[in-house]
Design a protein around this ligand. Structure first.
Ligand code: XMP
Length: 513
C-alpha cells in the first residue's frame, strides 16, 4: 500500500493505521509518476491530506495517469479534493473552514461507509476548501454542514475520497472506513506482521552499511536498544555500541544499564565515563536550545573518538552512526524535510553538529513508540528494556532549569528517584507514560523545625500519553502526591516545597526544556 504524501501532518499516522490493519505500507512523494508508482506494484494507494489549497499556484499535483492504473485509490482531505479537481468535479474556495468535530450524514448508498457505520456520526475535519460537485461518474454519498460532498465514490473506477480524516482517533468510525477500503474494496490481505519490519529493516541496513563498521549510541532506553538489536541482527560484529555516561543520568542508572546490556545483549559495548566533560561543556549555559546543542555536539565528539571500536582499529573506523530516532522526534525537530516548526532540537536529530563525519542509520524513523516496543519484544528484548519509561538523551540536563551543575544534578537525582519509586510501588509504571522531577531555578521561603528556610522547589511531572505527540497530566491520587512531597522534603537536602505540574501537551511539552 502506498501513502502519497502531499505535506500532511498525518501521513505517518495513515501509514501506521494501515500497519494496524496488517497491511504493509510505504510513504512516497506525490512527485512519483504513474510509471514509478506502477513499478512498485501497489495493491492500493491512499492520497494524504496537505496544507495547500488545490487552487493556489504550486499546489502539489498527482500524475493523472495514476487514476488509470486500475489500482484502488482513496483520497483523504486534500487528496479527495485533488481527485475532484483532476477528474472534472468542482472544489469550492471555502468561505469558512471546518475544523474539528463535524457531523457526517450518509445521503446515498455507499460502498465505503460500511453498513455497520451509523447513517449519521461524528468525524474529524480540517479543511477550508470544499468539494461542491463530484466529477462525472462519481457519486456523493455523505455530507456535513460545511462539506456538501464529504464522501465521493466511483466503484467501477475504484476511486474513493473522504473529506474527513479517518486516521485520527477523533473519527470514531475512521478505522472501519480504512478497513473497508483496504480489505474489502482494495482486497489487501491482512497478512503483514511486526516480524516483517525486522526482515525489511535488516535488508535495508545491510544495503546501507555494506561491509563497513557502525557505532551505535546506546542510552539505555527502548529506542536505542531496539535500534542496536536490529542493526546487530543485520551486521553482527561490524557494530560497536557506545554508552556515554553524561553525568546527567538518573540515580544508579548507568550501572544498571551496563549490567542489563551485558546480561541480555551479546554486543561489543564501550562504556565512556564523560560526566566531567559534560559539566565543563555546560558551564554557564542557561538557554534550553543552547544546552541541547552543547550536549548533542559532545555526544558526537565522543562517538568520533571511538569509531575504532574496542580494539581501537584506526585503519578501519566506523562510517555509520546508528540512532534510535523515532517519528515524533523528527516531527518536533522540524520534520523530515525541515518544513514543520522546530519545537525543540532532540539531541539525536536537531542537535547534531554540521561537521559530523558519520552517516546516520535510523531504522526506527518511521515508527511510533508503541510500535518500537512491539518490535523490541519481537526481537526478544526483555521487558525491563522494552517497558523502560522514555528518558531524553540530554537527560537531567533538560530538567534542571538554568545552569547545570553537579550539585543540582545530585539534588534532582534524589528527588527523581523518590518520584519513580513511589510510582512503581503504587503499581502505576505502565499506566504512566513518564513520571519525573524537575528542578527550577528559583527559591522560596518556608519554615522547617521552627527555622526559616530559603530553598528550591521540586516540580513533579507525570503524564499519560500514547506516542508523546500529545500528553495529559496524570491524575495521580492525592495520597500518592502527598507521600512523594513528604519524602522529597524530608529526604532531599535543600528542597522546601513541592509542586505538581498540571499542564497537558499541548500547550506544554512533556519535558520542561
Ligand atoms: P517533549 O518534551 O518534546 O518530549 O514533549 C516528547 C518525548 O521525547 C522525549 N525527549 C527526548 N528524547 N532526545 C530524546 O531521545 C531528546 O532530546 C528529547 N527531548 C525530549 C521526552 O522525554 C518525551 O518522552
Amino acid at each position: 500500500m502506498l501513502v502519497v504524501d502531499f505535506g500532511a501532518q498525518y501521513a505517518q499516522l495513515i501509514a501506521r493505521r494501515v500497519r494496524e490493519l496488517s497491511v504493509y505500507s510505504e510513504i512516497v512523494s506525490h512527485r512519483l509518476t504513474a510509471a514509478d508508482m506502477a513499478a512498485r506494484q501497489p495493491a492500493a494507494i491512499i492520497l494524504s491530506g496537505g496544507p495547500k489549497s488545490v487552487h493556489v499556484e504550486g499546489a502539489p499535483q498527482l500524475d493523472p495517469a495514476i487514476y488509470d492504473l486500475g489500482v484502488p485509490i482513496l483520497g483523504i482531505c486534500y487528496g479527495a479534493q485533488l481527485i475532484a479537481q483532476q477528474l472534472g468535479g468542482t472544489v469550492g474556495r471555502g468561505m469558512r473552514g471546518e475544523y474539528g468535530r463535524a457531523h457526517l450524514t450518509r445521503t446515498a448508498d455507499s460502498s465505503l461507509l460500511h453498513a455497520d457505520i451509523p447513517d449519521s456520526h461524528d468525524v474529524w475535519m480540517s479543511h477550508f476548501d470544499a468539494i461542491t460537485e463530484p466529477p462525472p461518474g462519481f457519486r456523493a454519498t455523505a455530507s456535513t454542514p460545511d462539506a456538501p460532498v464529504a464522501v465521493l465514490e466511483h466503484d467501477e473506477r475504484k476511486v474513493w475520497g473522504v473529506q474527513f480524516h479517518p486516521e485520527v482517533v477523533h473519527s470514531p468510525h475512521g478505522m472501519a472506513v480504512l478497513r473497508t477500503f483496504l480489505h474489502d474494496l482494495a482486497g489487501c490481505e491482512p497478512t503483514w506482521k511486526m516480524a516483517s519490519v525486522v526482515d525489511e529493516q535488516v535488508a535495508r541496513i545491510r544495503a546501507q552499511v555494506g561491509g563497513e563498521r557502525a557505532i551505535c549510541a546506546l542510552s539505555g532506553g527502548v529506542d536505542s536498544s531496539v535500534a542496536a538489536a536490529l542493526v546487530h541482527r543485520a551486521i553482527g560484529p561490524q557494530l560497536t555500541c557506545i554508552y556515554v555516561d553524561t553525568g546527567l543520568m538518573r540515580k544508579g542508572e548507568s550501572a544498571q544499564i551496563v549490567e542489563t546490556y551485558g546480561r541480555h545483549m551479546n554486543l561489543e559495548l564501550i562504556h565512556v565515563d564523560a560526566g566531567e566533560r559534560y559539566f565543563t561543556a555546560l558551564a554557564g549555559i542557561t538557554e534550553p536550545e543552547a544546552k541541547r546543542k552543547a550536549i548533542g555536539e559532545l555526544f558526537i565528539r565522543i562517538f568520533e573518538e571511538h569509531t575504532g571500536g574496542l580494539t581501537r582499529d584506526s585503519d578501519n573506523p566506523a562510517k555509520f552512526l546508528v540512532q534510535g530516532t523515532l517519528y515524533p522526534d523528527l516531527i518536533e525537530s522540524g520534520g523530515k524535510d525541515g518544513t514543520a516548526d522546530v519545537i525543540k532540537s532532540h539531541h539525536n536529530v536537531g542537535g547534531l553538529p554540521e561537521d559530523m563525519t558519520l552517516e546516520l542509520v535510523e531504522p526506527l524513523r518511521d515508527l511510533f513508540k508503541d510500535e518500537v516496543r512491539a518490535l523490541g519484544s519481537e526481537l526478544g528484548l526483555p521487558d525491563e528494556m522494552v517497558w523502560r519509561q522514555p528518558f531524553p538523551g540530554p537527560g537531567l540536563g533538560v530538567r534542571i532549569i538554568g545552569e547545570v551543575t553537579p550539585d543540582k544534578v545530585a539534588i534532582l537525582q534524589e528527588a527523581d528517584a523518590i518520584v519513580r519509586e513511589e510510582i512503581a510501588w503504587a503499581g502505576l509504571e505502565r499506566e504512566i507514560w513518564q513520571a519525573f522531577a524537575v528542578l527550577p531555578d528559583i527559591r522560596s521561603v518556608g519554615v522547617m523545625g521552627d527555622e526559616r528556610t530559603y530553598g528550591h522547589p521540586i516540580i513533579i511531572r507525570a503524564v499519560t500519553s500514547d506516542d508523546a505527540m500529545t500528553a495529559d497530566w496524570a491524575r495521580l491520587p492525592y495520597d500518592l502526591l502527598e507521600k512523594m512531597s513528604q519524602r522529597i522534603i524530608n529526604e532531599v537536602r535543600g528542597i522546601n516545597r513541592v509542586a505538581y505540574d498540571i499542564t497537558s501537551k499541548p500547550p506544554g511539552t512533556i519535558e520542561w526544556e
